[in-house]
Design a protein around this ligand. Structure first.
Ligand code: GDP
Length: 378
């Protein structure tokens, strides 16, 4: 029995040894085990040409092709922007309506009404005239009904704004040359911004425009104008810093004529304290331009927040150049709406445009009916 067990054990050992011998070569031939990195994520199916190019460090950025904007047409802008007149409404409109909502209208009411007008920048002459006319109409009609008086007030405010005045901008080319618009005003009123916004208004309304940077004393103003022009694909004519503004204006009109542009808008200097008196310089700009083409519009830019000061500026500018229209800027801010009435009543020049914000399209053709309705919250 013991012999049998020994034989079995020996046989098992022989088989195991044989197996080990036979398997050994294949184990040696196996490649070494290496860490396989995870497969890279599959590339998205984008064609190489549309992948963003990687620029070498320090390389000049390529100039992006300018995107020419197409501003919206100007019609109806005041209606869209009327909420911006909230400052005007709170000082003037609310004051007026509060007074006229009283049960009875007596002498004190009329005095208070005049007071509200005066504190809202309407000015003495326009305030007195308005209250006198309103009072007379109320007397003639024999009404004490606040609702009716309110309607009369609306009509009187509208009358003060000369609703029938011609507020169109003369910007169409004629007699073989472009229309010429001179933009004048004291620095800080928003003159250069207005030139830029006006270019957008004109382009939006289908005109081709050239901007003349005749405020040659302020490099920043020239750059500002160039940026506005670039956005709407308009040309800019500029001179060297400190060059003669009249010659830049002349060149602008000549270039506009050569290029067949519809409207040339010229930004002028507005600094008050310099060697050459500003008014002489402006008169010269106009004279020189008119050797080549008539000036169709002289737009005076006034900052509505400066109140009666604006009227003084207007008289001074009016004595140097015939102002054909007023642009009242910053009516969106703390301006008291009365300044519109004062300007219209006392200058005899129509308010043609109003600035209602710093956005590029916040310049609107002035519409008396919309303005009065906004004032009275109608
Ligand atoms: P300029 O010195 O008369 O040429 O004045 P600018 O055009 O440089 O404008 C002076 C400042 O007034 C700028 O900050 C303009 O953005 C701002 N401005 C111009 N028009 C308006 C407007 O209608 N509303 C407001 N809120 N700001 C305006």
């Amino acid at each position: 029995m013991a012999i049998v067990i020994v034989v079995i054990v020996v046989a098992v050992l022989v088989v195991a040894g044989l197996a080990a011998f036979l398997l050994a070569p294949s184990r040696r031939a196996r490649p070494p085990i290496v860490e396989v990195p995870p497969a890279p994520p599959a590339k998205p199916a984008i064609k190489p040409e549309v992948e963003p190019a990687v620029k070498p460090e320090g390389a000049e950025p390529e100039a992006a092709a300018p995107v020419i904007e197409r501003p919206p047409p100007s019609a109806g802008r005041l209606v869209r922007l009327r909420d911006r007149l909230s400052g005007s409404r709170s000082t003037l409109g609310r004051g007026l309506l509060a007074l006229l909502s009283k049960d009875t209208i007596d002498d004190q009411t009329w005095e208070e009404l005049e007071e509200v007008l005066l504190t809202s920048d309407v000015g003495v002459a326009a305030s007195t005239a308005l209250v006198d006319r309103l009072r007379e109409r109320v007397r003639v009609l024999g009404t004490r009904d606040p609702e009716q008086v309110r309607e009369l007030l609306r009509a009187e405010l509208l009358e003060t704004l000369h609703p029938d005045a011609d507020r169109s901008l003369h910007t169409a080319p004629h007699d073989g040359h472009p229309a010429v618009v001179l933009v004048v005003g004291v620095n800080g009123t928003g003159k250069t911004t207005t030139c830029g916004k006006l270019a957008r208004v004109l382009v939006g309304d289908g005109r081709t425009v050239l901007l003349g940077a005749a405020d040659t004393f302020r490099a920043a103003a020239v750059e500002q104008l160039a940026t506005w022009a670039e956005r709407v694909g308009a040309t800019v004519v500029r001179g060297a810093e400190g060059s003669d503004p009249a010659s830049v204006a002349f060149d602008a009109v000549a270039t506009g004529r050569r290029d067949g542009v519809d409207t040339v808008v010229i930004d002028t200097a507005g600094r008050l304290h310099t060697k050459t008196p500003l008014m002489d310089e402006l008169a010269k700009v106009k004279r020189v331009v008119e050797r080549d083409a008539p000036v169709d519009e002289v737009l005076l830019v006034l900052d509505a927040t400066t109140g009666q000061n604006g009227l003084i500026q207007a008289r001074i500018f009016g004595s140097a150049v015939d102002v054909t229209g007023v642009v009242l800027t910053k009516l969106d801010g703390s301006a008291k709406g009365g300044i519109v009435l004062a300007v219209q009543q006392e200058l005899g020049v129509p308010v043609k445009l109003v600035g209602l914000g710093e956005g590029p399209d916040d310049l609107a053709p002035f519409e008396p009916e919309v303005f009065v309705a906004a004032l009275l919250g109608a």
